[in-house]
Design a protein around this ligand. Sequence first.
Ligand SMILES: C[S@@+](CC[C@H](N)C(=O)[O-])C[C@H]1O[C@@H](n2cnc3c(N)ncnc32)[C@H](O)[C@@H]1O
Length: 402
Amino acid sequence: MTNGNPLGTSASLPQPDAAATEASAALCRRIADEIGAAGGWMPFSRFMEQALYAPGLGYYSGGAHKFGASGDFVTAPELTPLFARTLAAQAEQVMALSRPEIIEAGAGSGALATELLLALEQRDALPVRYRILELSGELRQRQRQMIESRAPHLAGRVEWLDALPQRFSGLVLGNEVVDAMPVALVVWQQEGEKLSIVERGVSLSEAGGFIWADRPAAGALLAAAELLAAAEQLPATAPYLSEIGLAGRAWVGEWGRILEQGALLLLDYGFPRREYYLAERDCGTLMCHYRHHSHGDPFWLPGLNDVTAHVDFTAIAEAGFDAGLDVLGYTGQAQFLFNCGITGLLEGLQNDGDRVYLAEAKRVGKLVSPAEMGELFKVIALGRGIAGPLVGFSRGDRVHTL
Ligand SMILES: C[S@@+](CC[C@H](N)C(=O)[O-])C[C@H]1O[C@@H](n2cnc3c(N)ncnc32)[C@H](O)[C@@H]1O
């Protein structure tokens, strides 16, 4: 996602209207009740899950506008249809090597689904079914409306899933989905000779507001033990604060169980582990987005802000590998889009007139520029039973950096 305005403090952010403020207050009450019932502490991963997905009140499950110029951030499929048209080359190849089926996870406004279906139709490579796995009822509604208005003749192929399927062959696609999965916060601190690792969670102040509170990561709970084991493997040098995305890893592992033949293609911002946990990133990558402003305070109006963390692509590759998937490719978004032919598609727009061409060229520039989305965003493909190299990784594959 991209933002017009980097890092403001919450005091300088635009103020929401009364209804939005009240919805956020209702979510805060719900979270505070849960913290109270749990004895006064909640892991940050649970706080983030509630802030994003609490039924009716979370950022993705409530009424926030979210995507596009009038929302909080812009994602690649929202920026230009050329993104989906370019992905169509990779989708076509994976389906040809497995089955003509697509599942898109976290389809946002429906822009990628709509444009990808239209592009695959032009290539005579339509999937038999295009299924969308979406946690938010509000977004499902929006996705349906967009597909029905822009590609009504293809709407019959689209279905929504309530849960992961038992078995699947074909292409699984997720753009900026893993970054929206809850992360745990972990603090590494040096106490004399001893390195201690604590989990940062959320408690309540005397006034009832949210405050940070740490507890040893070696609790009796299985989740805490798993977190500690993951934290101990990371190359962090104390004092250090960062995130560990156990939910994203578990989700990829699930696909390892489900995928019979095909590929899981994930596009997101992040780094391989050796870059993620660099000394200079000692405050982690947790970030909130509100009306094109980025800030670092997830306690500011929960439910109205997107909350995200960068993706550790090494962890994603390991989770897939451990679940029996092959790592089919890993590269930067720019390289992937070049390999899939974005330049040729852009050139094809020259016949549409200078204005159209130049506007699209500017947007494509944003997708591929190393200073914008081209390098920070990565693409990884994990799969099973896929013969031959994937077109998106034909040049500049960086699997060896994971
Ligand atoms: C940042 S938005 C990206 C939306 C869209 N893919 C795009 O690029 O515009 C994150 C999306 O991931 C979805 N999401 C998060 N966790 C998910 C999960 N476990 N399964 C399916 N969707 C999920 C959210 O509901 C939301 O639609």
